[in-house]
Design a protein around this ligand. Structure first.
Ligand code: 13P
Length: 256
């Protein structure tokens, strides 16, 4: 199984959410290629499922990789509307698992996240597992406990070797799509909690090699402050990833 990057090279992923058609997705991917992906950072585009194949074709021959935003935990079956890890594996290299919008809006539980992670790893995909607290949990002082519980639950029964390609993303729910970013210190602290939980769930070496991204209203203007924090290994970008120049500016911040 190929690890995208064993040295925690920065990774910047664009989560396009439910935006773009196959055609406009290809145009956006081409614009991102034209804008000039910087060296030294892994760039991942995660279009809607229907655009994954076309966007993957559009970036062939570049260093950009393509991922999906979600998948089912089983390989096949009577699950109308779903796609599975083996289906994705022929087209994509990455998949986002456990995004807070899936957890909050589609009833995705920790157990489902665990099953999806296991299936993604078995299919040779690089999973980006999302964790993060709501504002009320943070206000009540429960952020660390929740992040720890989410990491533990996601990794239950998964060994350190199997989890080698794992990427995680700390996305505080209160910062997603709100224009309110976690402060660089808050992001670094929470990512530290997630890494500690990873060390307990897997082992210290796995925690050290796993890239943990920050997500939540990342923009060209705040990216540098966030991405230069110790332990912040890149960004999972929503809104700003839909503009080629903004996305590339964020990627540049990760390496300059
Ligand atoms: P925004 O960058 O739009 O806040 O979205 C973040 C996110 O949810 C990425 O997965």
């Amino acid at each position: 199984m190929r690890v995208l990057n064993p040295d925690r090279r920065p990774l910047v992923a664009g989560n396009w959410k439910m935006h773009t058609t196959p055609q406009s997705g290809v145009e956006l991917a081409r614009a991102i290629v034209r804008a000039g992906p910087p060296d030294g950072v892994d760039l991942v585009l995660c279009p809607p499922a229907i655009a994954v194949t076309d966007v993957a074709r559009a970036v062939v021959g570049t260093s950009i990789r393509v991922g999906a935003q979600n998948m089912h935990w089983l390989d096949s079956g009577a699950f109308t509307g779903e796609i599975s890890a083996p289906m994705l594996a022929g087209v994509a290299e990455v998949v986002i698992v456990g995004h807070s919008e899936r957890r909050a809006d589609f009833g995705e539980t920790d157990e489902m996240v665990n099953g999806k992670l296991e299936a993604a790893l078995a299919a040779g995909l690089t999973p980006i597992v999302c964790v993060g607290e709501t504002e009320s949990v943070r206000d009540a002082g429960g952020a660390q406990a929740l992040i720890t519980a989410q990491v533990e639950a996601a990794l239950a029964g998964i060994g350190s070797t199997a989890a080698e390609p794992l990427v995680m993303a700390y996305e505080p729910v209160w910062a997603i799509g709100t224009g309110r970013t976690a402060s660089p210190a808050q992001a670094a602290e929470a990512i530290g909690w997630a890494r500690e939980a990873l060390s307990d769930a897997l082992d210290a070496a796995a925690a050290q090699r796993t890239r943990i991204l920050y997500g939540g209203s990342v923009s060209p203007s705040n990216a540098r402050d966030l991405l230069t924090q110790d332990g912040v290994d890149g960004a999972l970008v929503g809104g700003a990833s839909l503009k080629a120049d903004d996305f590339i500016a964020i990627a540049r911040s990760a390496v300059s």
